[in-house]
Design a protein around this ligand. Structure first.
Ligand SMILES: *Cc1c(COP(=O)(O)O)cnc(C)c1O
Length: 388
């Protein structure tokens, strides 16, 4: 395993020598990515989306590192996540994207949280709660411009200006969310921008927020007051048709528990889905789908096939998965690695270098977002930077 300063090991976490996988998390790269996004945000305030445990990297580590870089506004999905963020960011503005759950006004108030109100029912409940307290508490209003998921419809949004409830609380942000901002030429982007502009201009003076990570990099768009990047903060590429302007934040290594030769015409793993056409050397890694590495990265075919499946780097050599991903183990074909360059106990790279989170997602038939948010709980998590 890579040498590191033991101070950086996750307190109460899994010790490195007891873990099957080592997850490196670079909080300096996270802060640097936030600054890069801010510099591309056209003067808008740059918030940070830290839902799903900060996309898997750890909300208690990510939020202070981002706050130290200058981030003042955070978005989470769940109230439970907002309470965790509040515990480490006493002065930050924190929004709850999934809205106001019935009866949770007092919990939001207790922790000074702002719900993102996405229906007239939620607006009425928040306004009613503020009336009982005689305090105009802030909240965001979400208008749905194409996702058909959360938020007021655009026609409802256009009637907001006449709603009496808007005087009972403090509307602090008007927001919407892109459907396909990573597809820069998708005509839906322009339609959403225009629908959002119509609602925005009916509510002058209300700060407005549309872009997610990819939205920040869309060329032709009006200025916004606030942008809401998530994925790009964690090193995902917001511009899939161009080079990634962000730094990688995570790296994942897995330990080799056994090395063996498999004879010709023998199979590897559950259900015998990978066939050695000739004698092959197999390394078994101590990571599996129970660690959040997708089973859909399984390599089903024959030795030497160029499959769209999981890949590793072993002492710099690309080595493909061989067979089905098991719950706790992955088998890889290391025949290409010179015998003196690989031993039991060595670690191999699962995420790092050319194996970016986007590439691992692609090889698993999913997106890098899911690779991040599934990062397992059995890894030794080693944080770098972000303290001081
Ligand atoms: C998750 C989310 C974001 C962040 O999106 P990324 O693509 O990760 O940058 C922004 N806004 C809303 C409403 C979200 O749900």
């Amino acid at each position: 395993m890579t040498k590191h300063n033991s101070q950086n090991e996750d307190p109460g976490g899994i010790p490195e020598n007891a873990a099957g996988g080592l997850l490196h998390i670079d909080l300096d790269a996270l802060a640097s990515n936030w600054r890069t996004l801010r510099d591309n945000a056209g003067g808008a305030e740059t918030a940070a989306v830290v839902k799903a445990n900060a996309y898997g990297i750890g909300i208690e580590k990510a939020v202070p590192a981002l706050a130290q870089a200058g981030c003042r506004t955070f978005f989470v999905a769940h109230l439970s996540e907002a309470i965790r963020a509040r515990a480490v960011a006493p002065d930050a503005t924190i929004y709850v994207l999934n809205g106001l759950f019935a009866g949770t006004g007092p919990t939001c108030a207790e922790h000074n949280l702002r719900p993102v109100l996405g229906s007239f029912e939620e607006i009425e409940e928040w306004a009613g709660f503020c009336r009982t307290e005689s305090l105009k508490r802030p909240a965001a209003i979400h208008v749905d411009t194409g996702m058909n998921r959360l938020g007021l419809t655009v026609p409802q949004g256009l009637t907001l200006k006449d709603r009496a409830e808007l005087k009972d609380f403090e509307p602090a942000l008007l927001m919407s969310h892109f459907v396909s901002a990573e597809e820069s030429d998708n005509p839906l982007n322009r339609q959403q921008i225009e629908a959002f502009q119509a609602v925005r201009s009916s509510l002058p003076g209300l700060p407005a927020s549309l872009p997610n990570s990819s939205g920040i990099f869309l060329g032709d768009k009006p200025p916004y007051d606030l942008v809401r990047p998530g994925y790009a903060l964690y090193g995902g590429n917001p511009t899939p048709d161009r080079d990634n302007p962000l730094k990688p934040v995570i790296g994942l290594e897995a330990r080799i528990v056994q090395l063996r030769w498999v004879e010709a015409d023998h199979t590897v793993g559950y259900n015998g889905r990978w066939l050695a056409l000739e004698k092959r050397r197999i390394a078994t890694l101590s990571v599996g789908y129970a660690d959040g590495y997708p089973r859909s990265a399984s390599a089903r075919g024959k030795s030497g096939d160029n499959l769209l499946a999981g890949m590793t780097l072993v002492a710099g050599h690309p080595c493909p998965f061989a067979g089905n991903v098991s719950m706790d183990l992955i088998t890889i074909d290391v025949t290409a690695v010179p015998e003196n360059q690989i031993r039991r106990g060595d670690t191999v790279t699962l995420i790092g270098g050319d194996l970016t989170i986007d590439e691992v997602g692609r090889r698993s038939g999913t997106i890098g977002y899911e690779i991040l948010t599934n990062l397992g709980s059995r890894y030794a998590r080693v944080y770098r930077g972000g303290q001081g």
